[in-house]
Design a protein around this ligand. Structure first.
Ligand code: NCD
Length: 319
């Protein structure tokens, strides 16, 4: 099996084989998670610490469940009440946690690049659970598994990622992964929500939703990331919904069997019509959540394997 890395900090360094290995193992965990006894032992005896410096519902819950199902001792650090509030730096917090000898550290942080910095200071495996506007690799992997299961393949598909691209780590990780696997990615949204220089990444950019959705196999909607906006990016939510909110009429321009995705949290009536989000014939939003647990089990399983192997090598300084 591929994926011999020490950490999972982003999609950028991954090769096709790494992505396939993670998704194939995740398939086995999808089956396990559908049984009454959901226990595996890939993390038996290990300690997993979740450090979330930003709010999270599904990502934190699914990392916690994934670790527990694989036998780890899982601790959720409440970063809102931690010494960070007393002025401790990220690095000091990391060193403190490191001294408790965790094996896996799952980190979400508002600063782009903060998780990479932290990974340099600790002896364990680090997983990026979302850093600022940079990357959210497990989200892109769970989206890929959802697409592969719904469409039967993960190549030669046409995928539209729509809405607030500029502030979205989900968009970034997804366009990297989908590009690596040989798909055509379109970005659809107002010009004010497109990052500068985006066309250089080999994607097609549209500011007209109907043109952008024409014939696509997958429609991925994104939330307006207001917490990362520092100015007037959109006129009003009503206006945004009118031009870019996914409704039945706009969806009719996509392929007849196009699936609808959303990483959550969803704002019904802003980027997506609520009825469409709940339409079990088109929407795979709940499947994404299910795949999230399986993908995180697979990622942590492989990182734990890599860590055990590294610890048997005498030249390694890993504790
Ligand atoms: C995303 C995130 O936090 O980046 N949510 C998630 O992980 N499911 C997207 C978002 O917050 O809109």
């Amino acid at each position: 099996m591929d994926f011999s890395a020490r950490h999972l900090l982003g999609i950028e360094p991954l090769a096709q084989g790494d992505i396939r290995s993670i998704l194939d193992l995740a398939e086995q965990y999808v089956d396990l998670n559908r049984q009454s006894n959901k226990h595996g032992d890939a993390l038996a005896g290990m300690t997993q610490i979740n450090m979330f410096f930003e709010n999270s519902t599904r990502t934190q819950a699914s990392f916690e469940l994934a670790g527990k199902r694989l036998g780890a001792d899982v601790m959720n650090m409440s970063m809102q009440t931690s010494s960070i509030k007393k002025g401790e730096t990220l690095i000091d917090t990391a060193l403190t946690i490191n001294a408790m000898r965790p094996d896996l550290l799952v980190v979400r942080h508002p600063g782009s690049g903060a998780v990479n910095l932290l990974a340099e200071k600790v002896n364990c495996a680090v997983i990026n659970a979302g850093d600022g506007q940079h990357e959210h690799p497990t989200q892109a992997l769970l989206d890929a598994l959802t697409i592969r299961r719904a469409k039967g393949r993960l190549h030669r598909l046409s995928i539209a990622i729509c809405g607030d691209i500029a502030h979205s780590r989900v968009a970034r990780s997804n366009l990297l992964l989908l590009g690596k696997m040989g798909n055509r990615v379109r970005l659809v949204g107002p010009k004010t929500l497109m990052p500068a220089g985006i066309a250089d990444l080999g994607v097609e950019v549209f500011d007209d939703m109907r043109k952008g959705l024409k014939g696509v196999d997958v429609v991925m909607m994104l939330r307006l990331q207001r917490e990362r906006m520092d100015g007037g990016f959109i006129p009003s939510e009503r206006e945004f919904y009118h031009r870019y909110g996914l409704d039945a009429e706009k969806l009719s321009h996509a392929s007849a069997d196009a699936i609808i995705m959303h990483p959550g949290p969803m704002n019904r009536g802003v980027e997506i019509d609520g009825t469409l989000a709940d339409d079990i014939n088109r929407s795979v939003i709940q499947e994404q959540v299910e795949m999230g647990v399986a993908v995180r089990m697979a990622v942590m399983h492989l990182l734990a394997r890599n860590l055990r192997e590294a610890r048997t090598r005498p030249e390694e300084v890993i504790a």
